[in-house]
Design a protein around this ligand. Structure first.
Ligand code: DC
Length: 436
């Protein structure tokens, strides 16, 4: 999961991001430190123009380590520059250096490399807009310029007792102008970010506000669903959270629009657990005969069940599924066909490949863990306690090169089988980091 926090200097980004990351047990990246490190390197090498800067940047390597007290130490070509980059000579120069397109491009790669397979908070100026436009949740912190100058003055005064408040205020004003008017990735609050003015809020209040918003994204959006579906799902969600300690893991942000949620199958509980783990409404298949029962039929129709004549999708059900996918909805399918006897991933049926071939929509590989112990194939009734985890893996996109139908179907089913096996392995090894 990637969380971005942008904002101007002195808005409280760094201290707040650090605390939020601590509480969530996430990694934390202060990307301003990378711009400061590059600035330090340029000043050290006395570069006179862009040509000289470009030349020396070829020998620039950056690294971050955490010391035993949990503080970050920054290194350029193995030299510890943690204190150097906070000095006033760097403050005065960094915005100008950060406004150069070729510098931003170099740093973009460094930042994205740091994000691989991480649960992390990235704080900076263009995290939400340029570096991670698909971040799971975006924040923008602001504060009145005088408040920000006071905060910065307090920090800088410890390093340089001669510095005055007026000097800090004027420097901040200058940096604000450069940062927000530069040509390449200027500082701005994107529409999809949550903006928080920290001028008159305590540190604790801001942290709490951010944590509350982050918690919300893992909760299904009940109020955005059809009222009856949302109401029933809320009850199911409460039951699964309390009885079965339902936990959701995601490798990436769930993509918008149509997709097939393709899951392993262990129990009758699987579709319910997946629906309760998913942020939006989902559709699933149910035997046609169930729709003929008076009360049950109308109930499951309201709960987005789609009629099929067998367990394995046939031509009729494929048409039904495609109709729903074309409306931009998501459908849960169990491509192994039957519930697994031993919990292992079974062979994937080619039907799902054919479905993707026709619909060209994404697959979200999903691994459900724990439902077998609670209500496996050998049990008549479910246990009333246990632990269920639902893991959404990296989506599989169908845009393969021009290959024939048979090869396309093979490729999709093999990819899906491998992905489910990888997700299972990730769970079996203790749910560490981000799922594959
Ligand atoms: O957050 P900070 O004051 O340490 O940032 C130093 C400078 O780096 C800031 O003036 C603008 C630049 N910066 C940037 O342009 N983009 C980022 N993502 C982070 C910082």
């Amino acid at each position: 999961m990637i969380i971005t926090i942008d904002g101007p200097a002195g808005s409280g980004k760094s201290t707040i991001s650090k605390e939020v990351a601590n509480r969530l047990n996430f990694k934390f990246f202060d990307t301003g430190a990378i711009y400061r490190a590059v600035t330090w390197f340029i000043l050290k090498n006395n570069c006179k123009d862009d040509e000289e800067i470009k030349k020396i940047l070829k020998n620039f390597s950056f690294d971050v380590q955490t010391d035993p007290d949990g503080n970050k130490r920054y290194f350029v070509n193995k030299q510890d520059i943690t204190t150097e980059i906070r000095k006033n000579n760097i403050n005065k120069k960094v915005s100008e250096i950060a406004s150069k397109g070729y510098i931003r491009e170099k740093i973009l790669t460094i930042q994205r490399d740091f994000s691989k397979n991480q649960n992390a908070i990235f704080e900076g100026r263009d995290m939400s807009t340029v570096v991670f436009p698909n971040a799971d949740i975006k924040f923008f912190l602001t504060a009145n310029i005088k408040v920000r100058a006071k905060r910065r003055f307090k920090e800088l005064h410890k390093i340089d007792p001669k510095i005055s408040y007026e000097e800090v205020l004027n420097d901040l004003k200058k940096r604000d102008i450069i940062d927000s008017t530069r040509k390449y990735s200027p500082l701005k609050c994107p529409k999809d970010a949550i903006s928080i003015d920290t001028s008159f809020l305590s540190f604790d209040k801001v942290v709490k506000k951010i944590l509350k918003k982050i918690k919300k994204i893992d909760t299904p959006q009940f109020f955005k669903m059809k009222p009856f579906y949302g109401f029933i799902l809320f009850i199911v969600w409460v039951i699964f959270k309390t009885l079965y300690r339902l936990k959701v893991y995601k490798s990436k942000k769930i993509p918008k629009g149509s997709a097939i949620i393709a899951s392993n199958h262990l129990s009758y509980y699987d579709p319910i657990a997946i629906a309760a783990s998913f942020p939006e409404e989902v559709y699933y298949l149910a035997k046609k005969s169930l729709f003929k029962k008076f009360f049950l039929g109308s109930l499951i129709t309201k709960l987005n069940a789609l009629p099929i004549s067998q367990n394995i999708p046939n031509i009729y059900s494929i048409k039904t599924i495609i109709k729903i996918l074309k409306k931009g909805k998501k459908v849960i399918l169990f491509p192994e066909g039957k519930r697994s006897k031993d919990g292992e991933i079974q062979k994937i049926m080619p039907g799902i490949g054919y479905l993707v071939y026709l619909s060209k929509c994404l697959i979200i590989p999903t691994y459900i863990h724990g439902t077998q112990k609670i209500w496996g194939r050998n049990k008549k009734f479910p246990k009333l306690y246990g632990k269920i985890s639902c893991v959404f893996g990296s989506p599989i996109s169908p845009d393969f090169e021009f290959i024939n139908k048979k090869d396309f179907i093979n490729k999709i089913t093999n990819k899906l089988e491998q992905s489910l096996k990888n997700l299972k392995k990730w769970c079996d090894e203790g749910f560490k980091g981000v799922p594959p």
